[in-house]
Ligand binder design. Sequence first.
Ligand code: CO8
Length: 257
Amino acid sequence: MDYTSIKVERRGRVGWMTLDRPKALNALNTQVLTELLHASDAFAADTQIGAVVLTGSERAFAAGADIKEMQPFDFAQAYLGDFASGWDRFASARKPMIAAVAGYALGGGCEVAMMCDFIIAAESAKFGQPEITLGVLPGMGGTQRMARAIGKAKTMDLCLTGRMMDADEAERSGLVARVVPDAELLAEAQKAAETIAGFSLPAAMMAKEAVNRAFDTTLTEGLRAERRLFAAAFSLEDQAEGMAAFVEKRKPTFRHR
Ligand code: CO8
């Protein structure tokens, strides 16, 4: 595919997707979604890739869904178009995915960052769900993922006032995993992704699956799921290698990387 709205690269075992619509502050339109799905599918199928990073520019991760594309919609187009299901597919990627966020992550931009497994934020990052200012509400999972990530109080605050949250507040509230100086954002994301990609891929994918269960089931069911996955990990050669390496005081060489 010839990408026009994102850049796609492989840096070692890490797949990079960089949103690239600078004139529109990386607003997410249908073309961006199509390209992200294509790149994400390619990384999923690529056995050399162990983790993925999604990023934007220094000024904007993404300033939302493309308002100019949505403006003419009527109810039938919005409902029948079912754009959200494409984003659901993007969010269901099985390999670990990190969002590296600098600048604006607003509306759909914040929602896409939250689809990733964790967010590393630059000090300049600004998060928000300003859809209320446009006479609508979040439509790509923002009300649900944010409420689960940081609770009702701040989610209501952001969704109802439309205000932005800076990187410090986002870290304090648990929306982002780490905050780093802007100049270090991409290197930090690459380092974190390389670390993950150096482990057993099935073990990392099972850990991701288990953590995600916490968001859609009861504690009892989640614990059951974790135990089943934990037991299943003992069928991996990588478990034998990882534990043998620890006992023999050497570095493990995981086969399924
Ligand atoms: N969509 C389209 N174009 C955008 C968007 C956007 N979300 N954000 C910025 N742009 C464009 C501007 O129109 C402008 O273009 P032009 O130069 O042609 O006028 C260019 O980017 C630069 O923007 P500004 O001049 O506004 O830059 P500022 O630095 O003055 O302001 C802001 C930056 C504060 C980020 C401002 O651009 C802004 O408020 N943007 C909109 C933020 C917003 O409301 N986002 C939510 C959008 S709605 C949404 O995301 C719903 C998600 C659910 C979709 C469900 C479908 C599945």
